[in-house]
Design a protein around this ligand. Structure first.
Ligand SMILES: Nc1ncnc2c1ncn2[C@@H]1O[C@H](COP(=O)(O)OP(=O)(O)OP(=O)(O)O)[C@@H](O)[C@H]1O
Ligand SMILES: [Mg+2]
Length: 541
């Protein structure tokens, strides 16, 4: 014989408070309902009353509800919505979101100005007292009627949260601190709403209809996390459509775009704070269901955990209600799950963009490092100038025009070579200098240099763009001996080349230099670039 085993109302209604909402996600869930009701203006107020009570109200000018509808709306497990596209899905949001923040919440509604306000209230303490799913049906108070007029207008829906025991993260004694905490919360909510509903808030975004959301009377301005005015979208049109297979075998399209934001260095601080807001955790997938953001950032097992080198990459991922089953959206509408096949597909699709984002970050942070390059090559230069008996070629003549020289070396007199010929070089970098204009990609290049334009000596140019310079030299910058040692080693290589080269051997020496440089690059591949913090010590030098 089947046995009916009804849940305990008091225990269940308490338990449903903890389904994982936080205040911003709860607020967004109430706003979802207003948007689904066709509202064009949504007014959210957060009030700290004289007696310390905190009240949050949400008024909208949507289609409103009859008293029977209000009853249905307040039921845990409301009827399925007629419109599958709507943001509502489970028939729970209104109740679970509200009770995650407060112990008493009401819905007041009417569909036209000439109707009375329908109102029902859940009071968790009342449910605990009676041990039944009993609602309160007190009429709207004069204050509440006034609020309705202010926040909704003639018709629409007003949701009121009272006894907000979980609005602030801790209990404050009444006073300035509590007031400041409420203000801070309002700012935080504004930021969240600005992101989650940015397509609705942005009058220039034609993908969704326009909605105005005011928090404590201040209109929320949209924040588009892709900063399209300045970012590059790197996925070709043909690759933006992703076919997703549903559990039942049917298919539908999701849309995907990959944005690389400008590097911090290429933005003003205001621009960065207002538009880009580059942080480590802001990289990754931004997932939209029917235009509403449900997940902001994170790589969702498609790539590893967020790291600074990919912080410029944000992926816009769009799906419609047809794919709800495929993505297993949760009650709070704040996360989805990718099927493992989908993860693999996305990884393959996005790998090149992911790498490009890393490169761009590195490139700009290398430029930055080069600008701040405090690697001191002066001691190697002093040492070389003072050590006259090293084996090296003698420079007979140079031609700056053709960048060639005649030298005498172990192969014989008057050997003609092609090499950078540089005049008016600083004395402290005459023999060794790190430069940014080596195009061969080699770590070093022999050169002929002069502090004026007469006495040329052989020297070596180091390539600041080479990985060895970026990863080893920059790290060694705070250790003068290490830098000097590496300088001297590369100088010695360059002298050995110049002192033993002749026109026939030129390709051989070049091959060796290239091979060493390429091998080093390969060997250093898995060594990360130094983080700015690692270079602080170097800067003090
Ligand atoms: N602001 C509103 N205006 C009009 N009707 C509303 C409003 N808020 C809620 N409703 C009605 O109440 C019902 C229940 O809302 P609730 O948020 O609990 O569930 P849902 O939106 O259907 O699904 P979900 O659990 O995904 O939010 C809705 O289906 C809708 O009919
Ligand atoms: Mg809802």
């Amino acid at each position: 014989m089947p046995e009916i085993n009804n849940p305990d109302p008091a225990r269940l209604i308490e338990g449903l408070r903890d389904t994982g909402y936080n205040v911003p996600t709860a607020v967004a869930d109430i706003i979802d309902n207003s948007i689904a009701a066709g509202a064009t203006t949504i007014n959210v107020t957060i009030d700290l009353l004289q007696d310390g009570r905190k009240v949050v109200q949400f008024g909208d000018d949507g289609h409103g509800m009859s008293s029977a509808d209000v009853r249905g709306a307040m039921r845990y497990g409301s009827d399925r919505r007629a419109d599958a596209k709507s943001l509502g899905k489970f028939g729970l949001g209104l109740k679970t979101a509200s009770s995650s923040v407060c112990r008493r919440f009401s819905v007041l509604s009417r569909t036209s100005a000439d109707e009375n306000l329908a109102k029902l209230t859940w009071d968790l303490d009342h449910v605990a007292r009676t041990g039944t799913w009993e609602m309160l049906d007190e009429p709207a108070s004069p204050d509440q009627q006034e609020s309705f007029g202010e926040l909704c207008g003639a018709s629409g829906t007003l949701v009121i949260w009272e006894s907000c025991d979980r609005l602030l993260s801790k209990d404050y004694a009444p006073g300035a601190k509590e007031l400041a905490a409420v203000k801070k919360l309002a700012d935080k909510l504004g930021k969240h709403v600005a992101l989650v509903f940015h397509r609705f808030l942005d009058a220039h975004d034609s993908r969704e209809r326009d909605v105005v959301i005011n928090i404590n009377g201040v209109p929320v301005k949209p924040w588009n996390p892709f900063y399209p005015e300045r970012s590059d979208q790197l996925l070709a049109e043909a690759k933006q459509q992703v076919v997703v297979e549903m559990p039942d075998g049917s298919e539908a399209d999701a849309l995907i775009k990959a944005w690389i934001l400008p590097h911090r260095r290429d933005m003003t601080p205001e621009e960065e704070a207002k538009h880009a807001r580059i942080t480590n955790r802001a990289q990754g997938f931004y997932v939209y269901r029917e235009g509403r953001l449900i997940q902001d950032g994170g790589w969702m097992d498609v790539f590893g955990s967020p790291e600074p080198h990919t912080s410029l990459l944000r992926v816009e991922f769009d799906f419609g209600h047809e794919l709800d089953e495929a993505f297993r959206i949760d009650v709070k509408k704040s996360r989805i799950l990718f099927h493992p096949d989908m993860e693999t597909g996305l990884r393959n699709l996005l790998q090149p963009v992911y790498r490009e984002a890393q490169n761009r970050y590195r490139r700009t942070s290398r430029d930055e490092a080069n600008q701040r390059d405090k690697v001191a090559h002066a001691s190697a230069n002093t040492n070389i100038a003072a050590t006259t008996n090293t084996a090296k070629p003698r420079v007979i003549a140079v031609d700056t025009e053709s960048q060639t020289a005649e030298i005498s070396n172990n192969r014989g007199p008057r050997i003609r070579i092609t090499a950078p010929v540089q005049d008016h070089v600083n004395r402290e970098s005459l023999h060794v200098e790190a430069v940014t204009d080596i195009t061969s990609g080699n770590l070093w290049e022999p050169a002929l240099r002069s502090t004026d334009n007469r006495e040329y000596v052989p020297g070596v140019l180091l390539n600041k763009h080479h990985d060895f310079y970026q990863k080893i030299y920059l790290r060694a910058a705070s250790n003068g001996y290490a830098v000097e040692g590496m300088d001297l080693l590369l100088y010695a290589f360059a002298m050995a080349e110049q002192n033993n080269v002749d026109p026939e051997l030129v390709p051989l020496f070049e091959d060796i230099r290239q091979e060493i440089s390429t091998n080093l690059k390969k060997l250093l591949r898995n060594l990360p670039d130094p983080e700015p913090t690692e270079l602080v010590a170097a800067d003090l030098n």
